[in-house]
Ligand binder design. Structure first.
Ligand code: ADP
Ligand code: MG
Ligand code: ZN
Length: 471
């Protein structure tokens, strides 16, 4: 048992899904040749004038609506002044006193609500690549002026798992709502971790450190676990934690001091005189709200109440917008939610395992049709899976294919009944055993029917007839 409580607060940055940058019409895209998507505005040339991208403002509002924030009716872009080579204007345009969104919360799996302090809109900086001492550092301003939201939480987290759950929920919602793609490997979502320890039960927070720009879920978890241990050791040996920014290295599995924050840096925030304050109409907020898809949390609820699915099924089916839409469309073709869910969970997901971005190999309507054919005992499940595979390969309609390939069950209920009568006459003992311990002999009886029908009888139908005749 540790003698300390852990206190963590996050600042999460996500690049917004706009076509162009926040203050100019340069393309907002990842992976272009260095400094290709730049202009006087986003490289900060003297006299160049920014014009705010309406879409970026709307997406920030959308983010706020995802998490129940209060949307401001008035917001102001401010200059945050500091010099760094990736920031050629020597100030970042951000929001300070009047952010677009305030409050809100995210509910974790444990039921705990993590409170948000705010979500504001700002611009990203360029990207520095340190080559070597002799060559020096390269700068690429393509990313400069990319619209970002910053989600600032209250210091409500106590463990790395809570942080991980939070980040996944935030990413899921932003992707669902088409606010941001949150591709962490491209730096599309990054997280600063503020962390401190305090004596167990103490109401007073300890001194915190900050680790910036963590860009994978795994490194966030590792960095937190490392920093908790480090601070516990510092405090345990009677020393004090220094308020500083620490740089996490994934390779080394440790962090090192970067710069002290003992004297808070003075950014001299002031309203950017080149950009008018943003006035937000309630009508616009309502319109944006109307355009939002149902979010994962709500979908999960609905899948349980409306479709009567277990929480486990609902969780997986809503884990991406693609699966969720796919499922709903299947249900629109064949109203058997639990059966469709079973097929998706056990059979379809297996086919696309390990791929992060995927499409199922079969469209919704043919899948629904195959499931229905199995239900109606026109084919058995094994044949259904074969048919799925065939439809995926040929794109043909399931019924046509099943006829072509001779997959349809041709053995009637009467034929099976006759076979079972014959079985009873020649194996009275097995029938007696079935009455006592059905599970022990059912395979044997089904096997008999299959052998005598060249495997074309429907297994489910055979089982139900056995139960009817011998049970
Ligand atoms: P800054 O502007 O220096 O980044 P903020 O007051 O905006 O500071 O806080 C940034 C983040 O730090 C927030 O997520 C907040 O919850 C968190 N935080 C503040 N105090 C502490 C603390 N003592 N321990 C851990 N996190 C903290
Ligand atoms: Mg900070
Ligand atoms: Zn530009």
């Amino acid at each position: 048992m540790s003698a300390f409580d852990v206190v963590i607060g996050l600042e999460v940055h996500a690049e917004l899904n706009t076509n162009t940058k926040i203050f100019c019409s340069c393309k907002n895209e990842f992976g272009a040749d260095p400094n290709k998507n730049t202009c006087p505005v986003c490289t900060g040339m003297p006299g160049a004038l920014p014009i705010i991208n309406r879409k970026a403002v709307e997406l920030c509002i959308k983010a706020g609506l995802c998490f129940g924030c209060k949307i401001a009716d008035y917001a102001v872009m401010e200059r945050k002044n500091y010099f760094y080579p990736d920031l050629s204007k020597a100030y970042q345009i951000s929001q300070m006193v009047h952010p677009l969104c305030e409050g809100g919360s995210v509910k974790l799996d444990s039921g705990k609500e993590v409170r948000l302090n705010r979500i504001h809109l700002e611009e990203d900086a360029g990207k520095l690549t340190h080559i070597s001492k002799s060559v020096g550092t390269l700068v690429d301003y393509n990313r400069g002026g990319t619209p970002l939201i910053e989600i600032v939480t209250e210091p409500d987290f106590e463990t790395a798992e809570e942080v991980d759950d939070f980040l996944k929920k935030v990413r899921e919602a932003l992707v669902f709502a088409n606010v941001a793609e949150c591709k962490m490997e491209e730096g599309g979502m990054r997280c600063d971790v503020n962390l401190s320890l305090k004596p167990k039960g103490s109401p007073v927070f300890g001194t915190r450190t900050e680790m910036k720009n963590l860009n994978s879920f795994k490194s966030v978890t590792r960095a937190i676990e490392y920093e908790i241990k480090r601070q516990a050791e510092v405090l345990g040996s009677g020393e004090r934690v220094i308020q500083e920014t620490r740089k996490w290295s994934d390779d080394k599995g440790k962090n090192t001091a970067m710069r002290s924050k003992e004297q808070a840096q003075d950014y001299r925030y002031f309203p950017d005189p080149d950009i008018l304050p943003i006035e937000v109409d309630l009508a616009d907020v309502l319109r944006i709200k109307g355009e939002m898809p149902m979010l994962p949390v709500e979908r999960r609820e609905m899948y349980q109440t409306k479709f009567g699915l277990p929480a486990y099924d609902a969780g997986i089916l809503t884990s991406s917008k693609y699966i969720s839409d796919y499922f709903k469309k299947c249900v629109s073709f064949y109203d058997a939610p639990k059966k469709i869910s079973n097929w998706i969970l056990t059979d379809l997901l297996k086919l696309v395992k390990e791929e992060e971005v995927f499409e199922f190999p079969i469209a919704e309507q043919p899948l629904a049709e195959i499931i229905k054919m199995v239900d109606e005992k026109k084919i058995n499940k094994t044949v259904g899976l074969q048919l799925l595979d065939q439809v995926a390969q040929t794109g043909k309609d399931p019924m046509t294919l099943a006829k072509e390939l001779g997959l349809l069950t041709t053995i009637s209920e009467e034929q099976i009944t006759t076979l079972l009568q014959a079985f009873k006459d020649s194996n009275p003992k097995a029938v007696e055993d079935y009455k006592k311990e059905p599970q022990r002999v059912i395979g044997f009886i089904v096997g008999y029917v299959m052998k005598n029908t060249a495997g074309k009888a429907n297994g489910e139908l055979v089982k139900s007839l056995i139960a009817k005749l011998f049970g």
